[in-house]
Design a protein around this ligand. Structure first.
Ligand SMILES: NC(=O)c1ccc[n+]([C@@H]2O[C@H](COP(=O)([O-])OP(=O)(O)OC[C@H]3O[C@@H](n4cnc5c(N)ncnc54)[C@H](OP(=O)(O)O)[C@@H]3O)[C@@H](O)[C@H]2O)c1
Length: 353
């Protein structure tokens, strides 16, 4: 029998780190090696996350054997992540890192520094693979050792718009209105996330510019190949613990509308189904999807439709921000880099209702 993949997690005291544990313990080819979490050093993981107590795992202040890990996942905030990645590569140059923060997602350092401040390990930027497998799978090489796991909003909205941009049937000016549950902001306490402030309420934020906009622009411009895509992105906070829904739209080309005027909805569904043929995790669904349908799963459900009156494509996209938007996609990337089926350990369906 082949040996299992040895995995360590940094930031296990956070939401993405704990979600990695929940998913990885069910992965048939993974052995969890070490868990690092600064606020719970020396404690059972169950003290921090009681739902994980049955696993009997404990937390360390720092990984002790980074070089023994085949993969190390980083569930840290930006800056802390770049610093830890640099430190780990010093100690363990052959270990592969999957970073869930934004530190290695933007290829251009100037763009990164405009949105996040000074980069803490810029020399690692050129080797990072952007880990959205459905769109960047071909860029994986035998030497890939650093994966920038995408943001949740960029995953949800880019998967929604990529087929139409790739087939050049929409103008490169897109509007994205996206809703997120509160776990998207991490476990730290913030006033606007208090139950009494966010329950029974919905709000827009980031109107002066959101850090995920340049990431979405980078992906969609890659897909579009010719012209830079202009992105108008408005995120909203919803009173949900998990879940993300993006409504994405753009003007359809008059030529495409004229060609498919008899049944544009059938044509758009065929185009989307063909684009994602063979993809395990992206499904073209027949009714507008809800966040509940993908709760706890690695699926992205897409519902493309045509607003005939406005001449616009409208695509509804849902994911679980902690799974396809973070930990699940990170495991999909580990599978991809390991030559395993991408869905291994990620087959669970959404929990419904
Ligand atoms: N939440 C999501 O839906 C989501 C989706 C995609 C990507 N991400 C990204 O994933 C990363 C982790 O997010 P999260 O939601 O898991 O955040 P979180 O719940 O706030 O957890 C953050 C983790 O990082 C640790 N940490 C914080 N500052 C640190 C520092 N300076 N040095 C060392 N450790 C530090 C925390 O440790 P202690 O608590 O023990 O102090 C905790 O383990 C972020 O970069 C986030 O942007 C999150």
């Amino acid at each position: 029998m082949e040996s299992k993949i040895k995995v360590s997690i940094v930031g296990v005291t956070g939401y993405t780190g704990s979600e990695l544990v929940r998913l990885l313990v069910r992965h048939p080819q993974v052995e969890l090696l070490e868990l690092e979490g600064r606020s719970a050093a020396g404690q059972p993981l169950g003290n921090v996350f009681p739902h994980l107590a049955p696993l009997g795992l404990s937390v360390k202040e720092k990984l002790e054997r980074p070089a023994e890990a085949d993969f190390i996942f980083l569930g840290l905030p930006h800056h802390a992540s770049a610093e830890r990645a640099a430190e780990i590569f010093e100690q363990a140059p052959n270990t592969r890192i999957i970073d869930l923060s934004a530190d290695f997602r933007l290829r251009d350092r100037t763009t990164y520094e405009k949105w996040y401040g000074e980069h803490h390990a810029p020399y690692l930027l050129p080797e990072a693979l952007y880990g959205l497998p459905e769109l960047y799978r071909k860029q994986v090489t035998a030497n890939t050792r650093l994966v920038a796991n995408p943001g949740c909003y960029p995953t949800c909205s880019s998967l929604a718009l990529a087929p139409a941009l790739s087939e050049k049937i929409i103008e490169p000016y897109v509007v994205i209105n996206a809703l997120s549950g509160t776990s998207g902001a991490g476990r730290g306490l913030k006033q606007n996330l208090h139950y009494s402030e966010m329950h029974d309420s919905a709000s827009a934020y980031g109107l002066e510019g959101h850090r995920h906009a340049p990431e979405i622009t980078q992906i969609l411009t890659d897909v579009n190949q010719q012209a830079k895509v202009t992105v108008s992105f408005t995120p909203h906070l919803m009173p949900l613990a998990r879940g993300m829904l993006a409504t994405c739209s753009a003007r359809l080309s008059p030529e495409w509308l004229a060609q498919y005027s008899a049944n544009p909805n059938a044509a758009i569904r065929t185009l989307y189904s063909n684009f994602y043929a063979g993809e395990q995790f992206v499904r073209i669904v027949t009714t507008p999807p809800t966040t509940k349908e993908v709760f706890g799963s690695n699926y992205c459900f897409l519902y493309p439709t045509v607003d005939i009156e406005a001449g616009r494509l409208v695509v509804i996209s849902v994911i679980d921000n902690l799974v396809k938007g973070a930990a699940g996609q990170a495991i999909q990337n580990m599978n991809l880099l390991s030559g395993l089926p991408e869905s291994l350990g990620l087959e669970a369906l959404g929990i419904y209702p």
